[in-house]
Design a protein around this ligand. Structure first.
Ligand SMILES: [Mn+2]
Length: 412
């Protein structure tokens, strides 16, 4: 982690003195007087070593940036990866700006150090190497090609050895440990190629899906499917995921549903795709505890789980900048509490989607909500530990690092 700033220094020094190939000594420039933090990093280098949260290149949570698709020279345990795709939307476009909007909304996450009080963990200072790997190149002119780009880009990062326990046995189909990827969408169509990528590693997977919408609609019902390309969109991707065998049997759950339907047959078809439904309004009767229990009972804590979060789970009062807003949703506090209640579940990858910053308030309500929600997700991943497999073959996420459950790097 600390390598990155020093590599940047060498790079800049090499650039500055490239005219003199014989002089290999880095020369301290007057710009050093600009550094006022103790870590002696370059102001605005986009990493956590930068001097302020409001300056410099924007990465998720001010994490170090590495162009992971272009270079395999940096390993990671958790990677943030953008998928700027929004040509599968039915109402408001604009989620192609989601990845950078969420990054902008995440700037302040570790201003005070990044310690997550309710979860008692610091995802910015732990056993895990966490990077922002930038965005997958995604064309806005051809959905079929874009979906292929997202699948391949995600899988290229997912299938690498992680920074921690790279040679350990893991829950992937090849028995290897793998890093975890958190994808910044993008409209919800991206979850189809992301699930294709994840199932290449883990096989059919359990999905926890936070959303106000079902997204299992048959293409004839949602969008009319005039062409094969139009049949894959942000309301039908789970239909295709089921058809393609990507979903584990009867361990999937929607949470936060409150959409209108074409009719009750939509619910019948949804059950056929392997989902249970938690309606948004259930929070008034069973509360956050009851909702957490339903999710945990449905997916268990041992099998690999994919987490997909549509920001429209939140009420438009808290997240107005989204593709298809629905009133009657939850507060940001309620969603974050419910997600923290999923501690121990074996999340192997996650996404957050449908953040369309052009519709946001000047106060960045939506991008801030998305970033803070992902702060909970990355905290859960860090608390669960590196992925490994118990001696009895049971899949276990809370592996150990050098014999310790490391929540803080300095303890290792
Ligand atoms: Mn939705």
């Amino acid at each position: 982690m600390m390598l990155l700033p020093s590599l940047s220094l060498v790079y800049f020094a090499a650039q500055a003195f490239a005219h003199n190939d014989h002089d290999q000594k880095p020369i301290a420039g007057p710009h050093k007087s600009l550094w006022y933090n103790t870590r002696r990093a370059i102001p605005g280098d986009g990493g956590t070593q930068a001097d302020s949260v409001f300056s410099g290149i924007t990465t998720f949570g001010r994490l170090p940036y590495w162009p992971c698709l272009a270079s395999e020279d940096q390993t990671y345990d958790i990677a943030f990866l953008g998928a700027p795709f929004d040509t599968g939307t039915s109402y408001r476009p604009g989620a192609r700006f989601g990845p950078n909007g969420i990054r902008q909304g995440s700037r302040r996450l570790n201003l005070y150090g990044g310690y997550n009080v309710p979860l008692d963990a610091n995802p910015f200072n732990s056993w895990a190497t966490v990077l922002d790997c930038g965005d997958i190149p995604v064309t806005s002119y051809d959905n079929t090609h874009a979906i292929q780009q997202i699948e391949e880009g995600h899988n290229a990062l997912l299938m690498r050895a992680p920074a921690t326990n790279p040679h350990a046995i893991g829950p992937s189909k090849k028995g290897k440990t793998l890093p975890r990827i958190i994808t910044l969408g993008g409209d919800h169509t991206i979850t189809l190629p992301l699930l294709r990528s994840v199932t290449k590693a883990y096989g059919p997977i359990s999905v926890i899906h936070f959303d106000s919408h079902l997204d299992t609609w048959r293409p004839k019902v949602f969008g009319g499917a005039p062409t094969d390309q139009a049949a894959i969109n942000h309301g039908t991707y789970f239909y295709h995921a089921h058809e393609q065998g990507l979903l584990a049997n009867d361990t999937n759950i929607h949470v936060g549903i409150r959409t209108t339907l074409s009719g009750l047959s939509d619910y019948d078809h949804d059950g056929y795709c392997g989902f249970e439904i938690v309606e948004a309004r259930e929070i008034d009767t069973i509360g956050v505890k009851g909702i957490i229990k339903k999710i945990r009972d449905r997916v268990g804590t041992t099998n690999p789980v994919y987490l997909s979060i549509d920001i429209d789970t939140l009420d438009p009062a808290f997240a107005p900048a989204t593709g298809t807003p629905e009133t009657g949703g939850w507060t940001t506090r309620e969603l974050r509490t419910i997600i923290r209640g999923l501690e121990g579940i074996n999340f192997v990858a996650a996404d957050i989607v449908e953040v369309a910053p052009a519709y946001d308030t000047n106060a960045e309500h939506t991008t801030m909500a998305a970033a803070d929600t992902l702060f909970e997700v990355m905290s859960l991943m860090v608390k669960r530990g590196p992925m490994s497999v118990m001696g009895n073959g049971e899949v276990r996420g809370d592996g150990e690092v050098d014999g310790k459950r490391g929540e803080r790097r300095e303890e290792l």
